[in-house]
Ligand binder design. Sequence first.
Ligand code: URA
Length: 208
Amino acid sequence: MSVTVANHPLIKHKLALLRKNDISTKDFRDLSSEIARLLTYEATKDLETEAVEIEGWAGPVPVEMIKGKKITIVPILRAGLGMMDGVIDLIPSAKISVVGLYRNEETLEPVRYFVKLTSQMEERIALILDPMLATGGTLVATIDLLKEAGCKHIKGLFLVAAPEGIRRIEETHPDVDIYVAAVDEKLNDIGYILPGLGDAGDKIFGTK
Ligand code: URA
């Protein structure tokens, strides 16, 4: 497993703005999407290309194009939707596989309430989107269901991660690569990341 902390000045700046307590819903949405776009750039660096020849203005030109890799974006409901537009900007042909999970308050286990995956999952690179990697419980359940569907190549994109969540993925799914704008200090006693962003879903959707 690799954890890439995208240490780019633009990401640091945008994340700093995102952490402001009085941020508007619009700014939170715009910045989440912009950071997701920059994380996508990092997460797709290893896509294979192939040499092809195209017809240019002055005749044939040898160029490189992405080699037939199919990508599916996997936003985890609901906050993951806030990162989706940024990813689609860079990969407009990607198919979308939506995953919705809630936590059973007695067993504390994630329960699937909505799963709609695209076809040919076994051939696709899956890019999971969730603004916050906190305890890792939802992410583990999402990776489990993607692997059940045959997915072999899985990456996760997050705005902020807690060390506890990263450790959980290292232990349970060491083959999954993580891309994150920042790794914060810790979780508080109700599972929120500190300093974190607060409730990312509420901030993206303007709910409280
Ligand atoms: N989900 C959030 O929205 N925020 C956190 O800090 C943790 C989980």
